[in-house]
Design a protein around this ligand. Structure first.
Ligand code: AMP
Ligand code: MG
Length: 462
């Protein structure tokens, strides 16, 4: 990235807010939802732990061998090696069995995972041992060197000690965490309830795939693509999604739909209709039922974004139409947002919708779900983004923008980044093609070879 004088002035237009500001406001109005459920460990993928998990045992539970080989006493082995003698093999210990004390002057045949016999203090792997039989058919083992103390021994408790907090509350559970819980003997886990999210699309031009064939599409109609990726993004982040289709294009019906959705959901997500001056019933309806802020965020794609809340039954009387009511309802002041459903309105342009979801809705979901970094110790910056990696740009980006840009790019075989040629916010192909976003600060250009921050898509989707 060129760090010289920017080609355009960096100051944003007044009224545009930074991503950090938007995120801070969004998160300050949200607190983790309560509640707890017990689910089978096998069913807990993607869920968030509601309690610390402590270990009721040492893991491993006993000293054991990490190799197929021979359990030895190093002092005795040293003497045998010096004298050029082979040692008798006095026992055989497969995994799952427990052998007696090692007989003095002997070694034990041992297999991976088998308990180390008392008296042994190292394991020699079988590849380094010359095995033979004596005249009586007794096994003999000849060693050429003496191993380090504790060689190839996994010590009791070296992974986990009894009483350790193994997984803290707030950990998002994935394959590794579930395996770890199982290694502690846990067949069930305490998790937070799934976040219930209602998803609406807005726009008279929208048609659901499957309802009208491509060749029969009316002029001006388009398929509703946002619904598909938003539903899947939400599900991947552990939400229970109610897909409520396209918001009816009438004021009363819109009010009813939103009011009903608010009753049984924690969050309502809509796409479309948040641009300035747009004809749309959702904004006034949310204002009437709770509070709404319309933000112009200094990012590209994804400038327009709406955030607010809808009061549930019995709370409507307390709500006013003004933004102040949303302010007054912030956690810490009112202390309780249980009576309200959160609302976010994403831009309609598919790429803007996708990217603002990743940049803003994902951290909001994590806050509501009570996700902490857990064992993964993911450093989260003030802007809520996963850490970027720096890679050389194999492209030029000569046009600086006033807004911070998130360019769709892909790692190439030469270790650099290629840019999708069309960065328009309507071109969903760019998102399918890319495997991450270049995070380009406002006012900056990129010259081929510059090292640029790249946020892998995988980190944003998990
Ligand atoms: P809007 O934010 O409603 O002004 O929409 C901006 C652009 O996104 C318009 O071209 C819309 O047709 C398009 N759009 C809105 N919603 C969707 C959707 N659910 N799926 C695909 N495109 C959409
Ligand atoms: Mg629209």
């Amino acid at each position: 990235m060129s760090h010289e004088v920017p080609a355009v002035p960096v100051p944003r237009r007044p009224g545009l807010m930074s991503l950090e500001q938007a995120l801070e406001q969004l998160l300050s109005a949200a607190q983790p939802l309560g509640g707890q459920q017990t689910v089978a460990t096998l069913e807990a993928d993607g869920r968030v732990l509601a309690q610390d998990i402590r270990s009721a045992l040492d893991v491993p539970g006993f000293d054991n061998s990490s190799m197929d080989g021979y359990a030895v006493n190093r002092a005795e082995l040293a003497a045998a090696v010096a004298a050029g003698q082979a040692l008798p093999v006095s026992q055989r210990i497969p995994a799952g069995q427990f052998g007696p004390v090692l007989q003095p002057g002997s070694v034990a045949r041992i297999f991976t995972g088998a308990p180390l016999p008392a008296g042994a203090d190292a394991v020699v792997m079988q590849e380094e041992v010359e095995a033979s039989l004596d005249e009586q058919g007794q096994g003999l083992a000849r060693f050429s060197s003496v191993p380090e103390p504790s060689a190839f021994i996994r010590r009791r408790g070296e992974d986990i000690r009894l009483g350790d907090t193994v997984l803290p509350a707030g950990t998002r559970l994935g394959p590794a965490e579930l395996g770890l819980a199982a290694s502690l003997g846990l067949a069930e886990l305490p998790v937070r309830p799934r976040l219930r999210v209602a998803l609406f699309s807005t726009g008279d031009e929208l048609v659901m795939p499957g309802e009208v064939a491509p060749e029969q599409m009316a002029p001006g109609a388009i398929y509703n693509s946002n619904r598909y990726f938003l539903a899947v993004l939400l599900k991947r982040l552990g939400c229970e999604v109610s897909d409520l289709g396209i918001v009816p294009d009438r004021r009363e019906a819109t009010l009813d739909a939103l009011r009903q959705a608010a009753e049984s959901h924690d969050l309502i997500v809509t796409s479309g209709g948040v641009s300035v001056g747009e004809e749309d019933h959702v904004k006034p309806a949310v204002q009437q039922l709770g509070g709404l802020d319309l933000w112009q965020i200094a990012i590209k794609p994804g400038k327009p974004f709406a955030h607010g809340w809808i009061a549930r039954a019995g709370q409507v009387g307390q709500a006013t139409e003004s933004t102040e009511s949303a302010e007054a309802g912030k956690v810490g002041e009112a202390g309780n947002t249980a009576g309200r459903c959160h609302f976010v309105g994403l831009p309609g342009n598919p790429v803007s919708s996708f990217v603002t979801f990743l940049l803003l809705v994902r951290p909001l979901l994590q806050r509501l779900q009570g996700v902490s970094s857990g064992l993964g110790i993911v450093p989260v910056a003030a802007d809520g983004l996963p850490p970027a990696i720096f890679l050389p740009a194999h492209f030029d980006w000569p046009r600086a923008d006033r807004r911070r840009e998130f360019l769709r790019a892909r790692r190439n075989a030469a270790g650099g980044l290629d840019l999708f040629p069309n960065q328009s916010s309507g071109v969903l192909t760019s998102v399918a093609w890319c495997d991450g976003l270049v995070d380009l600060p406002a006012g900056r250009t990129i010259a081929r070879g510059d090292s640029v921050p790249f946020i892998p898509m995988a980190a944003l989707l998990g």
